[in-house]
Design a protein around this ligand. Structure first.
Ligand code: ADP
Length: 261
């Protein structure tokens, strides 16, 4: 049995996945990326070996923002390719992938064979990213996970018209002062971020099935707002944050040995 590893060195978190030649997931790790990308990637890799008891890995593929900073990876692929690979493997009916990460978001369109046909991305501003929720959670004196729970308790949404983080913050402060219900404001914030991300998908033509990837899809408030705005249930992987790393590991396996040599 051979073993393959995918490492997704994201701007916020480093994700690592270990699979065997039967495509079984043996171990995964998520660490805060921090300043030293290579060191974090190494720690994540070593953690996989420790968790699984595997001694030797045949191929390592890196992806993500810091993918070029892992010199011991055998090959690198873009996040778009890896998220497409991972999402299609988990949900073969996927035609649109909505990725929401710490500092960027993307909509990726794939065909019936899992091949990327188009994509749109936002990496210029924090609207529609985890960073937006993190900044606003400070104003609300809570954290993003708690925000997700509070949004589910709300009976209605307060519309937030600003998608820009800075303007949204002052809008939220003003809504609090107007005495609006905090949970309804939070539900409105999730709708604002989801609408922003879905505008990327509309640009490339949103097609069913929709699969959510990226760490922000772990947020219950995001998934709930997504269902409401889409009007149907998107596929949510058991751990949406590791889909890119899983895709990288699958590429390592499938490209071995003929193409990578
Ligand atoms: P990147 O690849 O840019 O590093 P990720 O896909 O790893 O991004 O996602 C990181 C984001 O996921 C962070 O902004 C964080 O707030 C969010 N996140 C991670 N875990 C959770 C969780 N359990 N619940 C809600 N949000 C989460």
């Amino acid at each position: 049995m051979d073993f393959y590893c995918g490492i997704d060195a994201g701007s916020t978190a480093t994700k690592a996945v270990l699979i065997d030649s039967g495509k079984n997931l043996l171990a995964s790790e998520i660490l805060f990326t921090g300043y030293d990308v290579e060191k974090t990637a190494k720690s994540a890799f070593e953690s996989l070996l420790k968790k699984s008891g595997v001694k030797e890995v045949k191929k390592i593929v890196s992806t993500g923002y810091g993918r070029m900073r892992i010199p011991w990876a055998h090959k690198t692929f873009t996040e778009i390719t890896c998220h497409a690979k991972g999402a299609f493997y988990l949900f073969p009916g996927t035609r649109t992938i909505i990725y929401i990460g710490g500092q960027d978001s993307k909509a990726i369109k794939i065909d019936g064979k899992g091949k990327m046909v188009d994509f749109a991305m936002n990496d210029k501003c924090s609207a529609g990213t985890g960073r937006f929720l993190e900044n606003i959670s400070k104003v609300l004196e809570t954290d993003t996970i708690e925000m997700g729970k509070l949004a589910l308790e709300a009976k209605e949404s307060v519309r937030i018209s600003s998608t820009c983080t800075v303007f949204a913050e002052s809008e939220v402060i003003s809504l609090i002062h107007q005495g609006k219900d905090r949970n309804s404001i939070i539900r409105g914030l999730f709708e604002a971020i989801v609408s922003r991300v879905l505008s990327l998908a509309t640009r490339i033509g949103l097609e069913k099935e929709v699969t959510l990837t990226g760490g922000v899809a772990k947020n219950k408030g995001v998934v709930d707002a997504m269902k409401r705005i889409l009007g149907f249930e998107p596929n949510v992987p058991e751990d949406p944050q590791i889909v890119g790393a899983l895709g990288a590991a699958l590429i390592a396996l499938e490209e071995e040995p003929s193409k990578l040599g």
